[in-house]
Write a protein that binds this ligand. Structure first.
Ligand code: AVI
Length: 320
Protein backbone atom coordinates (compact mmCIF):
# COMPACT_ATOMS: atom_id res chain seq x y z
CA UNK A 1 0.00 0.00 0.00
CA UNK A 2 1.17 3.57 -0.50
CA UNK A 3 0.49 6.68 1.56
CA UNK A 4 -2.54 8.78 0.61
CA UNK A 5 -1.56 12.38 -0.02
CA UNK A 6 -3.96 15.30 0.12
CA UNK A 7 -3.16 18.98 -0.20
CA UNK A 8 -5.26 21.98 0.84
CA UNK A 9 -4.04 25.45 -0.04
CA UNK A 10 -5.56 28.15 2.16
CA UNK A 11 -3.53 30.76 0.22
CA UNK A 12 -1.90 32.57 3.13
CA UNK A 13 -1.27 36.20 2.13
CA UNK A 14 2.44 36.76 1.41
CA UNK A 15 4.30 38.56 4.20
CA UNK A 16 5.29 42.14 3.49
CA UNK A 17 8.95 41.65 4.30
CA UNK A 18 9.99 45.13 3.19
CA UNK A 19 7.42 46.86 5.41
CA UNK A 20 8.26 44.66 8.40
CA UNK A 21 12.02 45.15 8.06
CA UNK A 22 11.69 48.91 7.62
CA UNK A 23 9.36 49.12 10.63
CA UNK A 24 11.83 47.11 12.74
CA UNK A 25 14.82 49.25 11.76
CA UNK A 26 12.83 52.45 12.37
CA UNK A 27 12.24 51.67 16.05
CA UNK A 28 14.18 53.38 18.78
CA UNK A 29 15.58 49.96 19.69
CA UNK A 30 16.11 48.39 16.30
CA UNK A 31 14.83 44.87 15.73
CA UNK A 32 14.30 42.38 12.92
CA UNK A 33 11.69 39.56 12.90
CA UNK A 34 13.34 36.15 13.45
CA UNK A 35 11.00 34.48 10.95
CA UNK A 36 13.23 35.94 8.22
CA UNK A 37 16.20 33.82 9.36
CA UNK A 38 14.88 30.89 7.38
CA UNK A 39 15.77 31.37 3.74
CA UNK A 40 17.46 28.35 2.12
CA UNK A 41 20.86 29.13 3.59
CA UNK A 42 19.38 30.09 6.97
CA UNK A 43 17.51 26.78 7.15
CA UNK A 44 20.73 24.90 6.34
CA UNK A 45 22.57 26.85 9.03
CA UNK A 46 19.81 26.08 11.52
CA UNK A 47 20.11 22.36 10.67
CA UNK A 48 23.86 22.67 11.31
CA UNK A 49 23.16 24.34 14.68
CA UNK A 50 21.04 21.38 15.76
CA UNK A 51 24.09 19.11 15.33
CA UNK A 52 26.52 21.28 17.29
CA UNK A 53 27.95 19.85 20.52
CA UNK A 54 26.94 23.02 22.40
CA UNK A 55 23.32 23.01 21.13
CA UNK A 56 21.80 20.40 23.46
CA UNK A 57 18.03 20.97 22.77
CA UNK A 58 17.64 18.90 19.60
CA UNK A 59 19.46 15.75 20.68
CA UNK A 60 17.95 15.94 24.16
CA UNK A 61 14.40 16.22 22.83
CA UNK A 62 15.03 13.34 20.42
CA UNK A 63 16.21 11.24 23.36
CA UNK A 64 12.98 12.02 25.24
CA UNK A 65 10.84 11.11 22.19
CA UNK A 66 12.77 7.87 21.69
CA UNK A 67 12.43 6.88 25.32
CA UNK A 68 8.83 7.91 25.94
CA UNK A 69 7.08 7.73 22.55
CA UNK A 70 5.06 4.72 23.72
CA UNK A 71 3.71 6.59 26.75
CA UNK A 72 2.86 9.56 24.52
CA UNK A 73 0.90 7.21 22.26
CA UNK A 74 -0.96 5.79 25.26
CA UNK A 75 -2.09 9.27 26.26
CA UNK A 76 -2.98 10.54 22.78
CA UNK A 77 -4.50 7.30 21.51
CA UNK A 78 -3.77 5.50 18.24
CA UNK A 79 -5.52 6.36 14.95
CA UNK A 80 -5.57 10.04 15.87
CA UNK A 81 -5.44 13.10 13.66
CA UNK A 82 -1.96 14.53 14.28
CA UNK A 83 -1.50 18.19 13.30
CA UNK A 84 1.97 19.70 13.13
CA UNK A 85 2.22 23.49 12.88
CA UNK A 86 5.47 23.99 10.95
CA UNK A 87 7.53 21.76 8.74
CA UNK A 88 7.40 18.00 8.96
CA UNK A 89 10.82 17.24 7.62
CA UNK A 90 12.61 16.57 10.86
CA UNK A 91 13.62 13.28 12.37
CA UNK A 92 11.36 14.08 15.34
CA UNK A 93 8.09 13.74 13.43
CA UNK A 94 9.28 10.38 12.11
CA UNK A 95 9.80 9.18 15.67
CA UNK A 96 6.37 10.38 16.71
CA UNK A 97 4.63 8.90 13.67
CA UNK A 98 6.24 5.54 14.44
CA UNK A 99 5.09 5.70 18.06
CA UNK A 100 1.61 7.18 17.60
CA UNK A 101 0.57 5.50 14.36
CA UNK A 102 -1.99 8.26 13.65
CA UNK A 103 -4.69 7.78 11.04
CA UNK A 104 -3.95 11.18 9.51
CA UNK A 105 -0.89 13.39 9.69
CA UNK A 106 -1.56 17.06 8.91
CA UNK A 107 1.47 19.33 8.59
CA UNK A 108 0.59 23.02 8.33
CA UNK A 109 3.16 25.36 6.81
CA UNK A 110 3.24 28.75 5.15
CA UNK A 111 5.78 27.59 2.55
CA UNK A 112 4.16 25.49 -0.20
CA UNK A 113 7.53 24.38 -1.49
CA UNK A 114 8.81 23.26 1.90
CA UNK A 115 5.56 21.51 2.73
CA UNK A 116 5.42 19.52 -0.50
CA UNK A 117 9.09 18.54 -0.24
CA UNK A 118 8.72 17.28 3.30
CA UNK A 119 5.49 15.33 2.74
CA UNK A 120 6.89 13.66 -0.37
CA UNK A 121 9.75 12.27 1.66
CA UNK A 122 7.49 11.19 4.57
CA UNK A 123 5.07 9.47 2.19
CA UNK A 124 7.90 7.24 0.99
CA UNK A 125 8.56 6.03 4.52
CA UNK A 126 5.02 5.75 5.94
CA UNK A 127 3.05 3.49 3.65
CA UNK A 128 -0.19 3.35 5.50
CA UNK A 129 -0.45 6.93 6.57
CA UNK A 130 -2.89 9.47 5.18
CA UNK A 131 -1.01 12.74 4.86
CA UNK A 132 -3.06 15.88 4.47
CA UNK A 133 -0.77 18.88 3.95
CA UNK A 134 -2.24 22.33 4.58
CA UNK A 135 -0.63 25.49 3.29
CA UNK A 136 -1.59 28.15 5.84
CA UNK A 137 -0.05 30.68 8.18
CA UNK A 138 -0.32 29.02 11.56
CA UNK A 139 0.60 32.25 13.34
CA UNK A 140 -2.79 33.65 12.25
CA UNK A 141 -6.26 32.15 12.79
CA UNK A 142 -7.40 29.53 10.26
CA UNK A 143 -9.82 26.59 10.19
CA UNK A 144 -8.83 22.96 9.69
CA UNK A 145 -10.05 21.66 6.32
CA UNK A 146 -13.46 20.03 6.54
CA UNK A 147 -13.83 16.30 6.55
CA UNK A 148 -11.12 15.61 9.11
CA UNK A 149 -13.35 14.40 11.84
CA UNK A 150 -13.60 11.37 13.96
CA UNK A 151 -11.20 10.19 16.62
CA UNK A 152 -8.65 11.77 18.88
CA UNK A 153 -6.89 14.94 17.84
CA UNK A 154 -3.42 16.04 18.79
CA UNK A 155 -0.88 18.66 17.79
CA UNK A 156 2.90 18.37 17.90
CA UNK A 157 5.06 21.46 18.37
CA UNK A 158 8.63 20.37 19.09
CA UNK A 159 11.97 22.16 19.28
CA UNK A 160 11.03 24.78 21.89
CA UNK A 161 9.82 26.98 19.05
CA UNK A 162 7.28 28.24 21.61
CA UNK A 163 10.28 30.00 23.21
CA UNK A 164 10.65 32.24 20.17
CA UNK A 165 7.32 33.90 21.02
CA UNK A 166 7.19 36.26 23.97
CA UNK A 167 5.01 34.70 26.70
CA UNK A 168 1.91 36.66 25.75
CA UNK A 169 2.18 35.69 22.09
CA UNK A 170 3.02 32.15 23.17
CA UNK A 171 -0.17 31.97 25.21
CA UNK A 172 -2.19 33.24 22.25
CA UNK A 173 -0.58 30.64 20.00
CA UNK A 174 -1.37 27.81 22.44
CA UNK A 175 -4.96 29.00 22.71
CA UNK A 176 -5.31 29.16 18.92
CA UNK A 177 -4.08 25.58 18.53
CA UNK A 178 -6.49 24.44 21.25
CA UNK A 179 -9.43 26.17 19.59
CA UNK A 180 -8.43 24.75 16.22
CA UNK A 181 -8.34 21.14 17.44
CA UNK A 182 -11.14 21.47 19.99
CA UNK A 183 -11.94 20.47 23.56
CA UNK A 184 -10.26 17.27 24.65
CA UNK A 185 -7.48 17.56 22.06
CA UNK A 186 -3.90 17.09 23.15
CA UNK A 187 -0.76 19.06 22.54
CA UNK A 188 2.69 17.46 22.67
CA UNK A 189 5.11 20.33 22.98
CA UNK A 190 8.88 20.57 23.51
CA UNK A 191 10.06 23.30 25.88
CA UNK A 192 13.63 24.20 26.75
CA UNK A 193 14.26 24.49 30.50
CA UNK A 194 15.91 27.21 32.58
CA UNK A 195 19.39 26.10 33.52
CA UNK A 196 22.86 27.32 34.30
CA UNK A 197 23.55 30.49 32.24
CA UNK A 198 26.94 29.20 31.09
CA UNK A 199 25.33 26.25 29.30
CA UNK A 200 22.67 28.48 27.72
CA UNK A 201 25.27 31.03 26.62
CA UNK A 202 27.44 28.31 25.06
CA UNK A 203 24.47 26.92 23.09
CA UNK A 204 24.03 30.29 21.32
CA UNK A 205 27.75 31.15 21.04
CA UNK A 206 29.18 27.96 19.54
CA UNK A 207 32.90 27.67 19.01
CA UNK A 208 32.59 27.15 15.25
CA UNK A 209 30.56 30.34 14.81
CA UNK A 210 27.61 28.63 13.11
CA UNK A 211 25.08 30.57 15.22
CA UNK A 212 26.93 33.80 14.40
CA UNK A 213 26.61 32.94 10.67
CA UNK A 214 22.93 32.11 11.13
CA UNK A 215 22.36 35.49 12.78
CA UNK A 216 24.38 37.48 10.20
CA UNK A 217 22.68 35.65 7.33
CA UNK A 218 19.60 37.76 8.10
CA UNK A 219 21.50 40.83 6.86
CA UNK A 220 22.70 38.90 3.81
CA UNK A 221 19.08 38.07 3.01
CA UNK A 222 17.94 41.67 3.49
CA UNK A 223 20.73 42.83 1.16
CA UNK A 224 19.72 40.34 -1.50
CA UNK A 225 15.94 40.60 -1.30
CA UNK A 226 15.46 44.24 -0.37
CA UNK A 227 18.34 45.87 -2.16
CA UNK A 228 20.13 46.92 1.04
CA UNK A 229 23.87 47.43 1.59
CA UNK A 230 24.60 46.06 5.05
CA UNK A 231 28.35 45.45 5.44
CA UNK A 232 28.30 41.97 7.02
CA UNK A 233 31.76 42.54 8.46
CA UNK A 234 30.57 45.64 10.30
CA UNK A 235 28.12 43.82 12.59
CA UNK A 236 29.02 41.22 15.21
CA UNK A 237 26.89 38.45 16.65
CA UNK A 238 25.97 38.77 20.32
CA UNK A 239 23.89 36.30 22.32
CA UNK A 240 23.43 36.17 26.08
CA UNK A 241 21.06 34.87 28.71
CA UNK A 242 18.95 37.64 30.24
CA UNK A 243 18.12 36.04 33.57
CA UNK A 244 15.47 38.54 34.63
CA UNK A 245 13.51 37.99 31.40
CA UNK A 246 14.40 34.25 31.33
CA UNK A 247 15.44 34.42 27.70
CA UNK A 248 18.40 34.19 25.40
CA UNK A 249 18.64 37.40 23.39
CA UNK A 250 20.37 37.49 20.04
CA UNK A 251 21.61 40.76 18.61
CA UNK A 252 23.67 42.06 15.72
CA UNK A 253 25.85 44.85 17.07
CA UNK A 254 27.25 47.60 14.86
CA UNK A 255 31.00 47.78 15.31
CA UNK A 256 31.24 51.37 13.99
CA UNK A 257 29.17 54.46 13.33
CA UNK A 258 27.69 53.71 9.93
CA UNK A 259 24.79 54.22 7.57
CA UNK A 260 22.92 51.54 5.68
CA UNK A 261 20.61 52.11 2.75
CA UNK A 262 17.62 49.92 2.07
CA UNK A 263 15.52 50.51 -1.03
CA UNK A 264 16.02 54.28 -0.98
CA UNK A 265 15.84 54.71 2.83
CA UNK A 266 18.87 55.33 5.05
CA UNK A 267 19.35 53.99 8.56
CA UNK A 268 22.06 55.25 10.93
CA UNK A 269 23.85 53.04 13.43
CA UNK A 270 26.07 54.18 16.27
CA UNK A 271 29.07 52.05 17.23
CA UNK A 272 27.77 49.54 19.77
CA UNK A 273 24.12 49.96 18.74
CA UNK A 274 22.29 46.66 18.36
CA UNK A 275 19.59 45.15 16.19
CA UNK A 276 17.65 42.70 18.35
CA UNK A 277 17.03 39.66 16.15
CA UNK A 278 15.63 36.91 18.40
CA UNK A 279 14.44 35.92 21.84
CA UNK A 280 14.45 32.34 23.00
CA UNK A 281 12.48 32.08 26.25
CA UNK A 282 13.29 29.33 28.73
CA UNK A 283 10.76 27.95 31.22
CA UNK A 284 10.64 25.93 34.39
CA UNK A 285 8.16 23.05 34.26
CA UNK A 286 5.87 24.97 36.65
CA UNK A 287 6.29 28.20 34.71
CA UNK A 288 5.25 26.49 31.49
CA UNK A 289 2.30 24.82 33.18
CA UNK A 290 1.15 28.24 34.35
CA UNK A 291 1.33 29.61 30.79
CA UNK A 292 -0.48 26.57 29.38
CA UNK A 293 -3.12 26.90 32.12
CA UNK A 294 -3.78 30.51 31.11
CA UNK A 295 -4.25 29.26 27.54
CA UNK A 296 -6.92 26.78 28.67
CA UNK A 297 -4.88 23.56 28.99
CA UNK A 298 -4.47 21.05 31.75
CA UNK A 299 -1.06 19.47 32.21
CA UNK A 300 -1.31 15.69 31.79
CA UNK A 301 2.27 14.56 31.80
CA UNK A 302 5.78 15.90 31.42
CA UNK A 303 8.92 14.03 30.42
CA UNK A 304 12.43 15.39 30.93
CA UNK A 305 15.91 14.00 30.39
CA UNK A 306 18.06 12.85 33.31
CA UNK A 307 19.82 16.24 33.52
CA UNK A 308 16.61 18.30 33.33
CA UNK A 309 17.80 20.18 30.27
CA UNK A 310 14.62 19.88 28.20
CA UNK A 311 10.96 18.96 28.64
CA UNK A 312 8.22 17.48 26.49
CA UNK A 313 4.69 18.12 27.77
CA UNK A 314 1.40 16.44 27.07
CA UNK A 315 -1.37 19.01 27.60
CA UNK A 316 -5.11 18.54 27.26
CA UNK A 317 -7.24 21.41 26.00
CA UNK A 318 -10.39 22.41 27.87
CA UNK A 319 -11.65 21.69 31.34
CA UNK A 320 -12.80 18.35 32.68
C1 AVI B 1 14.03 27.52 16.37
N1 AVI B 1 14.38 27.94 17.74
C2 AVI B 1 13.70 27.12 18.74
C3 AVI B 1 15.83 28.06 17.98
C4 AVI B 1 16.10 28.49 19.44
O1 AVI B 1 16.91 27.83 20.09
O2 AVI B 1 15.48 29.45 19.90
C5 AVI B 1 16.46 29.07 17.03
C6 AVI B 1 17.91 29.31 17.29
N2 AVI B 1 18.48 30.49 17.35
C7 AVI B 1 19.77 30.34 17.56
N3 AVI B 1 20.05 29.08 17.70
C8 AVI B 1 18.89 28.40 17.52
Amino acid sequence: MSARLLFTDLHPPPADMRAEIIAGLSRLRKQLPPKYFYDRRGSQLFDAITELPEYYPTRTEIGILERHGGEMADLVGREALLVEPGSGSSYKIRLLLQALKPAVYMPVDISREHLLESVASLAESFDELEIHAVCADYSAPFALPLGVNGGARAAFFPGSSIGNFDPDRGRQFLERIGNLLGTGSRLLIGVDLIKDASMLNAAYNDARGVTADFNTNLLRRVNRELDADFDLEAFRHEAYYNSSEKRIEMHLVSIADQQVSLGGKRFSFRAGESIHTENSYKYSVDGFHALAGEAGYQAERVWTDADDLFSVHCLRFGSG
